[in-house]
Design a protein around this ligand. Structure first.
Ligand SMILES: [Zn+2]
Length: 366
């Protein structure tokens, strides 16, 4: 025998011993034999997808399914005992997996500032801030994944913004006609001409960007003895707008009208009558009084000249504030109705004045 012939059997024996000591060996995983390498753990079996069961599902805080198989990990037993992810699988082990437990998303708690609510006192179309109120603080607990709100706890209640509504100075047959959404070339001039013919004055709530664009008309309206009011910069509805948008709509609207006419408005009418607490806080800051209306003939819906006139004349009372439109679309019906309205009001003994006249002298405090 040569030296090599002696070494060959020894190499075979060593290899067999090495395989027995360090090589892969058989275990049972979920009823199937599998070869695993020494040192394989429960976590390895799971990540190598060698167990049959899946993780549990992830649910939202309301019990709905958010993500399947993103819940708790598979429950694994080794030789009948619960195993952890780091448990090493020994030779001949019996591994059984079970579906993991469903889990619920984590929750997060945040504190949010709540918009002050609005509270009105009194009656009348002119609305002035009486008390500023304060925002409230609310703790909100919600699902970190779904955002579903689980709980709301008021930490500090909001103090409502209080707005005082005022009627016109009583006892005189005076009304204020108001025209919104101009200046509108070809229409505003005709409204002013009708008013002048009747010896009437009125108030024009101008949209800021239109006053800038039609500054010549805006100036003529003011020069004709009409009162100029502000109607926001771009006619955005403000009820759900952010405080920053509310501030710019009101302040830019006032500035635009002032630049165009040379007069600073003292009345502000929110576009669409759409308000929230911040609108009144901002109006106070800008030193304008908020004014809505008491008579709305819905002239913008073009119900017909006679319908517009009848709706005004049937509802008019001393101190009325009448809402009409010289801009925002075709207002030929409004302009035609205005002649009937002015005639009818005169026949009933009314004087048509500006809002400042109607509210001057100021009403006594209740
Ligand atoms: Zn409007």
């Amino acid at each position: 025998m040569t030296r090599n012939e002696l070494l060959a059997p020894a190499a075979i024996v060593l290899t067999v011993v090495a395989v027995l000591l360090f090589g892969p060996y058989a275990v049972s995983v979920d009823g199937y034999p599998q070869w695993i390498t020494r040192g394989t753990t429960v976590a390895d079996l799971v990540t190598q997808h060698r167990v049959r069961a899946f993780p549990g599902d992830l649910h939202d805080v309301a019990g709905g399914l958010i993500m399947p198989r993103e819940g708790g990990p598979q429950l694994v037993t080794v030789n009948g005992s619960a195993a952890s992810s780091g448990t090493v699988i020994r030779f001949g082990a019996v591994v059984v997996s079970e579906r993991g437990r469903d889990s619920v998303e984590p929750t997060v708690a945040v504190t949010v500032e709540t918009t002050p609510t609005l509270q009105f006192r009194g009656h009348g179309p002119v609305e002035s801030l009486e008390a500023s109120g304060t925002p409230g603080i609310t703790k909100v607990v919600r699902g970190a994944v779904s955002g579903i709100v689980l709980e709301r706890v008021v930490v500090t209640p909001a103090v409502p913004v209080t707005v005082r509504r005022e009627p016109a100075w009583p006892g005189r047959k005076r009304v204020a006609l108001t025209f919104d959404d101009g200046p509108w070339p070809g229409q505003t001039e005709r409204v002013v001409a009708e008013l002048k013919d009747a010896g009437a004055r009125a108030t024009f709530f101008m949209v800021g960007y239109l006053a800038t664009r039609n500054a010549g008309i805006a100036r003529d309206v003011a020069a004709a003895g009409m009162e100029i009011g502000a109607h926001s910069q771009s006619h955005k509805l403000l009820k759900h707008a952010s405080p920053a948008v509310i501030r710019s709509e009101i302040s830019e609207g006032i500035a635009s009208v002032r630049r165009a006419t040379g007069r600073r408005p003292v009345f502000y009418r929110p576009a669409g009558g759409s308000v929230n607490a911040y609108v009144f806080l901002e109006a106070k800051r800008e030193n304008v009084r908020v004014v809505i209306w008491t008579v709305d003939p819905r002239d913008w819906s073009r119900p017909g000249t006679r319908a517009i006139a009848r709706r005004v004349l049937d509802n008019i009372r001393p101190g009325s504030v009448v809402l009409m439109h010289d801009g925002g679309g075709n207002r030929s019906q409004t302009i035609a109705a205005l002649k009937l309205v002015l005639h009818g009001l005169k026949a009933r003994g009314y004087e048509m004045v500006t809002l400042s006249q109607l509210y001057s002298p100021p009403p006594a405090k209740p």
